[in-house]
Design a binder for this molecule. Structure first.
Ligand code: ATP
Length: 371
Protein backbone atom coordinates (compact mmCIF):
# COMPACT_ATOMS: atom_id res chain seq x y z
CA UNK A 1 0.00 0.00 0.00
CA UNK A 2 1.37 3.42 -1.00
CA UNK A 3 2.07 5.80 1.90
CA UNK A 4 -0.15 8.88 1.60
CA UNK A 5 1.55 12.32 1.65
CA UNK A 6 2.66 13.37 5.12
CA UNK A 7 0.22 16.31 5.32
CA UNK A 8 -2.59 13.79 5.85
CA UNK A 9 -1.12 13.17 9.33
CA UNK A 10 -2.32 16.62 10.37
CA UNK A 11 -5.89 15.32 10.26
CA UNK A 12 -5.80 11.61 11.05
CA UNK A 13 -3.93 9.30 13.40
CA UNK A 14 -1.75 6.49 12.03
CA UNK A 15 -4.53 4.01 12.89
CA UNK A 16 -7.10 6.05 11.03
CA UNK A 17 -4.84 6.41 8.00
CA UNK A 18 -4.41 2.64 7.96
CA UNK A 19 -8.18 2.19 8.04
CA UNK A 20 -8.72 4.81 5.32
CA UNK A 21 -6.18 3.02 3.16
CA UNK A 22 -7.71 -0.42 3.77
CA UNK A 23 -11.12 0.95 2.79
CA UNK A 24 -9.57 2.73 -0.22
CA UNK A 25 -11.11 6.03 0.82
CA UNK A 26 -8.09 8.25 0.15
CA UNK A 27 -7.31 9.05 -3.49
CA UNK A 28 -4.25 10.98 -4.57
CA UNK A 29 -4.12 13.23 -7.63
CA UNK A 30 -1.61 15.66 -9.09
CA UNK A 31 -2.89 18.55 -11.13
CA UNK A 32 -1.19 21.78 -12.22
CA UNK A 33 1.77 20.77 -10.03
CA UNK A 34 -0.41 20.50 -6.91
CA UNK A 35 -0.70 17.29 -4.97
CA UNK A 36 -4.14 16.70 -3.49
CA UNK A 37 -5.76 13.84 -1.61
CA UNK A 38 -9.54 13.49 -1.81
CA UNK A 39 -11.80 11.69 0.61
CA UNK A 40 -14.14 9.29 -1.18
CA UNK A 41 -16.60 8.80 1.73
CA UNK A 42 -17.56 10.75 4.85
CA UNK A 43 -15.08 9.94 7.60
CA UNK A 44 -15.14 11.29 11.15
CA UNK A 45 -16.16 14.92 10.76
CA UNK A 46 -14.82 15.24 7.20
CA UNK A 47 -17.33 15.01 4.37
CA UNK A 48 -16.97 13.02 1.16
CA UNK A 49 -15.26 15.22 -1.43
CA UNK A 50 -13.01 16.95 1.12
CA UNK A 51 -9.69 17.74 -0.52
CA UNK A 52 -6.48 17.84 1.50
CA UNK A 53 -3.28 19.51 0.29
CA UNK A 54 0.06 20.57 1.74
CA UNK A 55 -1.16 23.76 3.46
CA UNK A 56 -4.73 22.87 4.34
CA UNK A 57 -7.98 21.39 3.11
CA UNK A 58 -11.15 22.33 1.26
CA UNK A 59 -14.24 20.98 3.02
CA UNK A 60 -16.69 18.73 1.17
CA UNK A 61 -20.09 20.13 0.23
CA UNK A 62 -22.79 19.02 2.71
CA UNK A 63 -25.92 17.15 1.64
CA UNK A 64 -29.21 19.02 1.88
CA UNK A 65 -32.26 17.45 3.46
CA UNK A 66 -35.33 17.22 1.23
CA UNK A 67 -38.89 17.77 2.35
CA UNK A 68 -41.93 16.50 0.46
CA UNK A 69 -44.45 18.63 2.35
CA UNK A 70 -43.30 22.22 2.04
CA UNK A 71 -45.51 23.92 4.64
CA UNK A 72 -44.94 21.33 7.34
CA UNK A 73 -41.26 21.05 6.48
CA UNK A 74 -40.79 24.78 7.06
CA UNK A 75 -42.70 24.63 10.35
CA UNK A 76 -40.68 21.61 11.46
CA UNK A 77 -37.20 22.93 10.71
CA UNK A 78 -37.38 26.69 11.14
CA UNK A 79 -38.31 28.94 13.97
CA UNK A 80 -36.21 32.00 13.23
CA UNK A 81 -36.23 33.89 9.93
CA UNK A 82 -34.99 32.41 6.66
CA UNK A 83 -34.30 33.13 3.01
CA UNK A 84 -35.72 31.24 0.06
CA UNK A 85 -33.26 30.70 -2.78
CA UNK A 86 -33.91 29.25 -6.18
CA UNK A 87 -32.61 25.72 -6.59
CA UNK A 88 -30.91 25.64 -9.97
CA UNK A 89 -30.11 22.57 -11.97
CA UNK A 90 -26.57 21.89 -13.09
CA UNK A 91 -23.57 20.43 -11.35
CA UNK A 92 -22.11 21.38 -8.00
CA UNK A 93 -18.68 23.01 -7.80
CA UNK A 94 -16.48 24.47 -5.13
CA UNK A 95 -14.09 27.12 -6.41
CA UNK A 96 -11.06 27.91 -4.26
CA UNK A 97 -7.38 28.68 -4.48
CA UNK A 98 -4.70 26.12 -3.67
CA UNK A 99 -1.12 27.43 -3.70
CA UNK A 100 -2.35 30.58 -5.48
CA UNK A 101 -3.89 28.45 -8.26
CA UNK A 102 -7.68 28.73 -8.68
CA UNK A 103 -9.31 25.34 -9.06
CA UNK A 104 -12.85 24.00 -9.31
CA UNK A 105 -13.75 20.82 -7.46
CA UNK A 106 -16.64 18.50 -8.25
CA UNK A 107 -18.86 17.16 -5.47
CA UNK A 108 -16.68 14.05 -5.21
CA UNK A 109 -13.48 16.12 -4.82
CA UNK A 110 -12.11 15.78 -8.35
CA UNK A 111 -10.49 18.80 -9.93
CA UNK A 112 -12.79 19.43 -12.89
CA UNK A 113 -10.57 20.35 -15.87
CA UNK A 114 -13.44 22.01 -17.73
CA UNK A 115 -14.66 24.23 -14.88
CA UNK A 116 -11.11 25.03 -13.76
CA UNK A 117 -10.25 26.17 -17.29
CA UNK A 118 -13.31 28.43 -17.36
CA UNK A 119 -12.90 30.06 -13.90
CA UNK A 120 -11.87 33.44 -15.42
CA UNK A 121 -15.23 33.48 -17.27
CA UNK A 122 -17.18 32.51 -14.15
CA UNK A 123 -15.89 34.82 -11.42
CA UNK A 124 -13.91 37.99 -10.90
CA UNK A 125 -10.43 36.61 -10.16
CA UNK A 126 -9.73 39.51 -7.78
CA UNK A 127 -12.09 37.84 -5.33
CA UNK A 128 -9.34 35.52 -4.11
CA UNK A 129 -6.89 38.40 -3.64
CA UNK A 130 -9.20 39.76 -0.98
CA UNK A 131 -10.47 36.40 0.31
CA UNK A 132 -7.70 33.82 -0.33
CA UNK A 133 -9.09 31.42 2.28
CA UNK A 134 -12.68 31.39 1.04
CA UNK A 135 -14.46 28.72 -1.01
CA UNK A 136 -17.31 29.67 -3.36
CA UNK A 137 -20.02 27.03 -3.66
CA UNK A 138 -22.29 27.09 -6.66
CA UNK A 139 -23.87 25.34 -9.59
CA UNK A 140 -22.54 25.37 -13.14
CA UNK A 141 -25.61 25.73 -15.30
CA UNK A 142 -26.07 25.84 -19.06
CA UNK A 143 -26.33 23.66 -22.15
CA UNK A 144 -22.60 23.53 -22.95
CA UNK A 145 -21.41 21.62 -19.92
CA UNK A 146 -19.68 18.22 -19.96
CA UNK A 147 -21.92 16.35 -17.47
CA UNK A 148 -25.67 17.01 -17.87
CA UNK A 149 -27.90 17.12 -20.91
CA UNK A 150 -31.07 18.33 -19.17
CA UNK A 151 -32.58 21.33 -20.97
CA UNK A 152 -32.38 24.50 -18.85
CA UNK A 153 -34.84 27.10 -20.18
CA UNK A 154 -33.11 30.11 -18.59
CA UNK A 155 -29.53 29.68 -19.83
CA UNK A 156 -29.48 29.46 -23.59
CA UNK A 157 -25.80 28.96 -24.34
CA UNK A 158 -22.45 28.08 -22.80
CA UNK A 159 -22.37 27.91 -18.97
CA UNK A 160 -22.57 30.27 -16.03
CA UNK A 161 -21.77 29.91 -12.35
CA UNK A 162 -24.74 30.59 -10.08
CA UNK A 163 -23.26 30.77 -6.60
CA UNK A 164 -25.20 29.84 -3.47
CA UNK A 165 -22.61 29.34 -0.76
CA UNK A 166 -19.50 30.86 0.72
CA UNK A 167 -17.37 29.27 3.39
CA UNK A 168 -13.95 29.50 4.86
CA UNK A 169 -11.57 26.58 4.49
CA UNK A 170 -11.90 26.20 8.26
CA UNK A 171 -15.52 25.18 7.43
CA UNK A 172 -17.05 28.35 8.92
CA UNK A 173 -20.01 29.03 6.69
CA UNK A 174 -21.00 32.63 6.06
CA UNK A 175 -24.62 33.32 6.74
CA UNK A 176 -26.81 34.27 3.73
CA UNK A 177 -26.72 38.04 4.26
CA UNK A 178 -22.91 38.16 4.65
CA UNK A 179 -22.59 36.03 1.52
CA UNK A 180 -25.03 38.05 -0.61
CA UNK A 181 -23.08 41.20 0.17
CA UNK A 182 -19.57 39.85 -0.48
CA UNK A 183 -20.51 38.12 -3.74
CA UNK A 184 -22.39 41.22 -4.92
CA UNK A 185 -19.30 43.35 -4.24
CA UNK A 186 -17.44 41.21 -6.78
CA UNK A 187 -20.37 40.93 -9.21
CA UNK A 188 -20.30 37.16 -8.88
CA UNK A 189 -23.61 35.78 -10.15
CA UNK A 190 -25.88 34.29 -7.50
CA UNK A 191 -29.07 32.26 -7.52
CA UNK A 192 -32.29 34.28 -7.20
CA UNK A 193 -33.50 34.82 -3.66
CA UNK A 194 -36.56 36.00 -1.74
CA UNK A 195 -36.89 37.10 1.86
CA UNK A 196 -36.15 37.28 4.67
CA UNK A 197 -39.30 35.44 5.69
CA UNK A 198 -40.83 34.15 8.90
CA UNK A 199 -43.19 31.27 9.65
CA UNK A 200 -46.07 33.63 8.89
CA UNK A 201 -45.08 33.76 5.22
CA UNK A 202 -45.68 30.16 4.18
CA UNK A 203 -48.51 31.08 1.78
CA UNK A 204 -46.25 33.59 0.05
CA UNK A 205 -43.52 30.98 -0.30
CA UNK A 206 -46.01 28.57 -1.84
CA UNK A 207 -46.86 31.25 -4.42
CA UNK A 208 -43.16 31.54 -5.28
CA UNK A 209 -43.00 27.77 -5.75
CA UNK A 210 -46.02 27.79 -8.06
CA UNK A 211 -44.49 30.59 -10.11
CA UNK A 212 -41.21 28.67 -10.38
CA UNK A 213 -43.18 25.59 -11.38
CA UNK A 214 -44.97 27.47 -14.19
CA UNK A 215 -41.63 28.82 -15.44
CA UNK A 216 -39.97 25.43 -15.68
CA UNK A 217 -37.65 25.99 -12.70
CA UNK A 218 -36.37 23.25 -10.43
CA UNK A 219 -37.33 24.36 -6.92
CA UNK A 220 -36.11 26.12 -3.81
CA UNK A 221 -33.58 25.77 -1.01
CA UNK A 222 -34.59 27.42 2.26
CA UNK A 223 -31.75 28.75 4.37
CA UNK A 224 -31.83 29.99 7.95
CA UNK A 225 -30.67 33.53 8.65
CA UNK A 226 -28.03 32.35 11.10
CA UNK A 227 -27.92 28.88 12.64
CA UNK A 228 -29.53 25.68 11.41
CA UNK A 229 -29.60 23.57 8.29
CA UNK A 230 -31.17 24.29 4.90
CA UNK A 231 -33.94 22.20 3.34
CA UNK A 232 -34.78 21.66 -0.34
CA UNK A 233 -38.08 21.27 -2.16
CA UNK A 234 -38.67 20.79 -5.87
CA UNK A 235 -41.48 21.71 -8.27
CA UNK A 236 -43.90 19.41 -10.02
CA UNK A 237 -42.58 20.32 -13.47
CA UNK A 238 -39.02 19.43 -12.43
CA UNK A 239 -40.11 15.83 -11.78
CA UNK A 240 -41.36 15.52 -15.33
CA UNK A 241 -38.27 17.21 -16.80
CA UNK A 242 -35.99 14.83 -14.84
CA UNK A 243 -37.80 11.89 -16.41
CA UNK A 244 -37.69 13.39 -19.89
CA UNK A 245 -33.99 14.22 -19.62
CA UNK A 246 -33.04 10.72 -18.54
CA UNK A 247 -35.56 8.71 -20.57
CA UNK A 248 -32.85 7.19 -22.74
CA UNK A 249 -30.86 6.15 -19.66
CA UNK A 250 -33.57 3.93 -18.18
CA UNK A 251 -31.15 1.02 -17.75
CA UNK A 252 -28.51 3.24 -16.14
CA UNK A 253 -30.58 4.62 -13.28
CA UNK A 254 -31.61 2.88 -10.09
CA UNK A 255 -35.33 2.09 -9.69
CA UNK A 256 -35.39 4.49 -6.72
CA UNK A 257 -34.76 7.41 -9.10
CA UNK A 258 -38.20 6.86 -10.65
CA UNK A 259 -39.95 6.13 -7.36
CA UNK A 260 -38.57 9.40 -5.92
CA UNK A 261 -40.00 11.43 -8.82
CA UNK A 262 -43.39 9.74 -8.46
CA UNK A 263 -43.47 10.45 -4.72
CA UNK A 264 -42.44 14.09 -5.23
CA UNK A 265 -45.21 14.43 -7.83
CA UNK A 266 -47.99 13.03 -5.68
CA UNK A 267 -46.95 14.94 -2.55
CA UNK A 268 -46.80 18.19 -4.54
CA UNK A 269 -50.27 17.57 -5.99
CA UNK A 270 -51.63 16.76 -2.53
CA UNK A 271 -50.26 19.89 -0.86
CA UNK A 272 -51.11 22.28 -3.72
CA UNK A 273 -54.43 20.59 -4.45
CA UNK A 274 -53.56 19.91 -8.07
CA UNK A 275 -55.33 17.40 -10.27
CA UNK A 276 -52.91 16.20 -12.92
CA UNK A 277 -54.37 16.86 -16.36
CA UNK A 278 -54.23 14.45 -19.29
CA UNK A 279 -51.45 16.43 -20.94
CA UNK A 280 -49.16 15.97 -17.89
CA UNK A 281 -50.05 12.31 -17.53
CA UNK A 282 -49.36 11.72 -21.21
CA UNK A 283 -45.96 13.44 -21.04
CA UNK A 284 -45.13 11.47 -17.88
CA UNK A 285 -45.89 8.11 -19.42
CA UNK A 286 -44.20 9.06 -22.69
CA UNK A 287 -41.02 9.79 -20.74
CA UNK A 288 -41.34 6.47 -18.93
CA UNK A 289 -42.20 4.31 -21.94
CA UNK A 290 -41.91 5.88 -25.38
CA UNK A 291 -38.33 7.20 -25.34
CA UNK A 292 -36.95 4.06 -23.66
CA UNK A 293 -38.72 2.03 -26.34
CA UNK A 294 -36.79 3.97 -29.01
CA UNK A 295 -33.56 3.19 -27.16
CA UNK A 296 -34.28 -0.54 -27.35
CA UNK A 297 -34.98 -0.25 -31.06
CA UNK A 298 -31.66 1.54 -31.57
CA UNK A 299 -29.72 -1.10 -29.64
CA UNK A 300 -31.57 -3.86 -31.54
CA UNK A 301 -30.31 -2.27 -34.76
CA UNK A 302 -26.71 -2.42 -33.49
CA UNK A 303 -26.42 1.07 -31.97
CA UNK A 304 -25.56 1.97 -28.41
CA UNK A 305 -26.85 4.40 -25.79
CA UNK A 306 -25.10 7.75 -26.28
CA UNK A 307 -25.37 11.35 -25.22
CA UNK A 308 -23.86 14.30 -27.07
CA UNK A 309 -21.96 17.19 -25.52
CA UNK A 310 -20.49 20.39 -26.86
CA UNK A 311 -18.25 22.55 -24.70
CA UNK A 312 -15.82 25.41 -25.12
CA UNK A 313 -12.56 25.90 -23.24
CA UNK A 314 -9.78 28.47 -23.17
CA UNK A 315 -6.86 26.02 -23.33
CA UNK A 316 -6.81 23.12 -25.74
CA UNK A 317 -5.20 20.77 -23.21
CA UNK A 318 -8.28 21.13 -20.98
CA UNK A 319 -10.11 18.94 -23.53
CA UNK A 320 -7.62 16.08 -23.12
CA UNK A 321 -7.64 16.49 -19.35
CA UNK A 322 -11.43 16.41 -19.34
CA UNK A 323 -11.51 13.18 -21.37
CA UNK A 324 -9.00 11.65 -18.94
CA UNK A 325 -11.00 12.89 -15.95
CA UNK A 326 -14.21 11.32 -17.32
CA UNK A 327 -12.35 8.08 -18.02
CA UNK A 328 -11.02 7.97 -14.47
CA UNK A 329 -14.57 8.42 -13.23
CA UNK A 330 -15.55 5.30 -15.18
CA UNK A 331 -17.17 7.18 -18.08
CA UNK A 332 -16.52 6.12 -21.66
CA UNK A 333 -16.30 8.97 -24.15
CA UNK A 334 -15.40 9.58 -27.77
CA UNK A 335 -14.02 12.92 -28.88
CA UNK A 336 -15.73 13.85 -32.14
CA UNK A 337 -14.12 17.17 -32.99
CA UNK A 338 -12.09 20.01 -31.58
CA UNK A 339 -11.59 23.34 -33.33
CA UNK A 340 -10.45 26.84 -32.51
CA UNK A 341 -13.19 29.46 -32.57
CA UNK A 342 -12.06 32.98 -31.69
CA UNK A 343 -10.35 32.81 -28.29
CA UNK A 344 -11.74 29.39 -27.38
CA UNK A 345 -11.51 25.77 -28.41
CA UNK A 346 -14.83 24.13 -29.13
CA UNK A 347 -15.07 20.37 -28.58
CA UNK A 348 -17.82 17.90 -29.36
CA UNK A 349 -17.85 14.52 -27.70
CA UNK A 350 -20.12 11.59 -26.98
CA UNK A 351 -20.67 9.75 -23.76
CA UNK A 352 -21.23 6.05 -24.42
CA UNK A 353 -23.15 3.89 -21.97
CA UNK A 354 -21.52 0.52 -22.54
CA UNK A 355 -23.00 -1.32 -19.55
CA UNK A 356 -26.58 -0.19 -20.21
CA UNK A 357 -26.24 -1.08 -23.89
CA UNK A 358 -24.88 -4.52 -22.97
CA UNK A 359 -27.77 -5.11 -20.58
CA UNK A 360 -30.39 -4.28 -23.22
CA UNK A 361 -28.57 -6.39 -25.81
CA UNK A 362 -28.53 -9.39 -23.47
CA UNK A 363 -32.23 -9.01 -22.70
CA UNK A 364 -32.95 -8.79 -26.42
CA UNK A 365 -30.97 -12.00 -26.96
CA UNK A 366 -33.21 -13.73 -24.44
CA UNK A 367 -30.77 -13.98 -21.51
CA UNK A 368 -32.64 -14.64 -18.27
CA UNK A 369 -32.07 -12.87 -14.94
CA UNK A 370 -33.49 -12.74 -11.41
CA UNK A 371 -35.25 -9.54 -10.32
P1 ATP B 1 -27.78 16.03 -1.81
O1 ATP B 1 -26.38 16.36 -2.10
O2 ATP B 1 -28.51 17.18 -1.18
O3 ATP B 1 -27.98 14.79 -1.08
P2 ATP B 1 -28.03 15.69 -4.71
O4 ATP B 1 -26.55 15.73 -4.86
O5 ATP B 1 -28.78 14.56 -5.32
O6 ATP B 1 -28.51 15.80 -3.20
P3 ATP B 1 -29.94 17.68 -5.35
O7 ATP B 1 -31.01 16.80 -4.84
O8 ATP B 1 -30.12 18.24 -6.71
O9 ATP B 1 -28.53 17.03 -5.33
O10 ATP B 1 -29.84 18.91 -4.32
C1 ATP B 1 -28.73 19.41 -3.71
C2 ATP B 1 -27.87 20.24 -4.66
O11 ATP B 1 -28.61 21.33 -5.20
C3 ATP B 1 -26.70 20.93 -3.99
O12 ATP B 1 -25.62 20.06 -3.80
C4 ATP B 1 -26.37 22.03 -4.99
O13 ATP B 1 -25.42 21.59 -5.92
C5 ATP B 1 -27.68 22.27 -5.72
N1 ATP B 1 -28.23 23.62 -5.55
C6 ATP B 1 -28.84 24.32 -6.53
N2 ATP B 1 -29.27 25.49 -6.08
C7 ATP B 1 -28.92 25.58 -4.77
C8 ATP B 1 -29.07 26.58 -3.77
N3 ATP B 1 -29.69 27.73 -4.00
N4 ATP B 1 -28.57 26.31 -2.54
C9 ATP B 1 -27.95 25.15 -2.27
N5 ATP B 1 -27.78 24.16 -3.18
C10 ATP B 1 -28.25 24.38 -4.43
Amino acid sequence: MKTPPSFIKKYFTDEEIKELQMREILHEEECKGILIVRLMHDYKDFLRGTVFYEEGFIPGYPRIMRVLHLGNGIKRYFNEGFYVEEKVDGYNVRIARIDEVPIALTRGGFICPFTTDRIPDLIDMNFFNKYPEYVIGGEIVGPNNPYNTEFIPYIKEDVVLLSFDLFEKTRRRLNPEERYKILEDFNIKQVRRWGPFSLLDIEEIKKIVLELDRNGREGIVIKPLTIGKPIKYVTLSSCLRDLQATANLITELPAGFYMQRILRTIFFCYEFDITLDDRYLLDFSKALCITPQKVIEEVAEGGDIREFFEIKVRNEDAITSLMEHLKRSGIKTKLLSSERIDNFYSAKFQRIYTEGTKEIRQRLMGHGFFD
